[in-house]
Write a protein that binds this ligand. Sequence first.
Ligand SMILES: Nc1nc2c(ncn2[C@@H]2O[C@H](COP(=O)(O)OP(=O)(O)OP(=O)(O)O)[C@@H](O)[C@H]2O)c(=O)[nH]1
Length: 817
Amino acid sequence: MSEEIPADTAKNMAVQLINEDKEFSQGLPVYFNNCLGGRDIDQNYHVISVFGSQSSGKSTLLNLLFNTNFDTMDAHEKRQQTTKGIWLSHTQAVNTNRGVRSDPGSDIFILDVEGSDGAERGEDQDFERKAALFAIAVSEVMIINLWEQQIGLYQGNNMGLLKTVFEVNLSLFGKNSKRSDASSHSQKHKMLLLFVIRDHIGVTPLESLSSTLTSELENIWKDLSKPASCQDSTIYDFFDLKFVGLSHKILRADKFLEDVKNLGDNFSNKENNDEYLFKPEFHHMLPLDGWSMYSENCWDQIENNKDLDLPTQQILVARFKTDEIMNETLTKYFENYDSNIKPLILENNKDALIEMLVSIKVQSTGMYDDLASRYTKQIYLENRIKLLSKINDKFQETIELFIQGTSTELIDSLKKSLSTNDDETSSFNEILIEISKDITTRFHEFISNFKEKDLINEESIAELNAKFTKFLNKKQNELRAIQVKSIISQFKKNMNFAIKDNVISYLANPSDDVWDRVMSFFKRSMDELLIKFETTSDNSMKTYDFQVGFTPELNDTIYKRLRYIAWYLLNVTVHDYLKEDAVIGILREKFENSFRYDENDTPILWKDENQIDNAFKIAKEQALNIFGVLCIAKTTDNTEIIPDVRVEDVEVEDDLGIYHLERFAHIINEIQKEKILRQFRRQINLSVLDAKRSMITTTTHIPIWVYALIVVLGWNEFMMILRNPLLITLLLLGVVGAYFVNKFDLWGPVLNVVNSAIGETRSTIKDKLRTFVLEEGELNQSNRKQAPDEYEMNDFKKEQEEEEEEKVIDEKKDINE
Ligand SMILES: Nc1nc2c(ncn2[C@@H]2O[C@H](COP(=O)(O)OP(=O)(O)OP(=O)(O)O)[C@@H](O)[C@H]2O)c(=O)[nH]1
């Protein structure tokens, strides 16, 4: 009959979906691809399966009806089984009264199932049962092929086949009829059982055959052992029944062909609603690419005798496929994501970044929606959320990176804004808070740009905000710490200047109340430096606020620290200054001031030793009194000075180190005391000695009687000089010369001239003597042997000469000096 098909319509080749060994073909995707030519037909396809006894003309009918190419038996050769396993063929060409229809969207897949009751399988009904289960699981319409003469007669095999179909159907759908979690579609799923009565000669009308068959089917249904959940169900809850009669293919070939075309009309004419066989409720609602996986899974479950749960299978397929689509989408749109995004982050180009992210999101969700929305809605939506979450995660990373860069910039600008802010009316903390507020607003504006485009979720915003706040707080604390450091160092500098300048001057010239003066100066200086931070607390106690936004406790710690620094500086200054030598110097000064000078600072001229001794006693007492004051720091009311701040209060661990201020008052220890006193005594003893000596020098003079004696004894000599004109002239010349030399301070050159003249004279005399001695020696050497005594004499002379020379040099030195 294939000659009835127009020659230009290519025959559709079939593929063995499940072979005789019950193995599922792995070539299905390739087959689909070949016969569809890459078309995406989504859910616009139908699946028909055909059941019936072996050699009942199934393949022949399918080939005629759908222009397929299933193997058929050649009756002239042998009556045997031709279809083995389950074959699948695709067609778009349905043979109808309007010709071969190839309507768009009418892709049909036909499963030609191995005939039942085949002699080849003997009593093994396992395959028949599994094939029925499979056909029901995957197809919309099941054609049941029957010879007319089989109807009404009890044909065990035919009835057996129908019984099998009903049973497996119940096993698939019966248990789900009360399941609340099963998809609504699966619960409503129905299948069309299309009974095709072959060799219908027309003696018995089709209606009569139909009712016979219907009552037979109802009887079989009634006798089935049904699950508890479908005890009251009828055959029509699960199946639609249709009956078609086909004339005898050989005896009434034309009528047979006409009947086939009529049947073809019902498979292709969508307009004819009543007769159209593909009803939506028969469809499994799976896209074709999912169907191949679904059918394989079903066969796998059936073949391995597992409980075939179709809704679960459909969900599994949907899950697998939507996962696959989601991953494909992510791969497609995020493969080069990092390299595309990086430059925009580096450029800090917010607008371009937002534009790119929006475009990626729209395109990727679009792709997913197109491909995945065809699968179970619930799974599609579940995975859509997953996809969005993955996209968001990726975006969050990017946006976080981008925003982190911006927030770093913003926060870095904080320090700059703070240093350039010249508002002198506000405190440091007020300015800091004001600028921080401004930065936070800018940060929120920035985030809202991403939020407007739905690129960032609330969770991420909260996270970013938290990070920003943390970061800002950290920076604020850093800036506060810097400010505190600056306050401390400024205080330290000023305090140091004040202490160094004044305290040393107090100590250098100490009085009995030196420590009162030191302490009152110390307190005054500290108050002056801290007055700008002073506040008054509720109980009108003095408290301090360093205007950096610290708690009262922290402010108190800073205050204690400043006090500690002040005390430390005072301690260092006092202890460094009052070293042994300095103290001796101070005592000596004190002593000297009292001993040597009167109240008008005029040096005292000693008259007698008693005066010296008294003055010495008083001065020494005064000095020792001051020494007592310097040894230990006490106020005049005899209270030892103890710093009012303890190391542990400030817990400093800075360059100041830990210093035991408790020892502040103890300036000079016992050993030092002894040493100082010893030195001091020695020095003042010398002073008193000097004083006494100076008194002797001034009082020791030549007695008058000595002058009288000189006049008496030297009278003649004076007279001789006065009477001799030469001598008097020489004397006058000498006196005048001496006067001028003295007046012009020429004693030096005169002495030099005299010295050099003496030196010259001496060397001339020595040369003369040496020459004379050498000549004498040479004469004596030639005539006689020189006696050892003479040698000794020579040596002696030499020594004498050398001594003389040395004397001359010494004299020269003395003169020069
Ligand atoms: N009498 C009659 N013979 C038919 C009809 N259709 C097909 N045949 C013949 O029946 C024989 C078997 O036909 P197939 O189409 O191979 O039968 P089948 O059911 O596919 O056989 P298996 O695949 O082996 O189960 C062939 O010789 C056909 O020519 C029909 O309508 N009436």
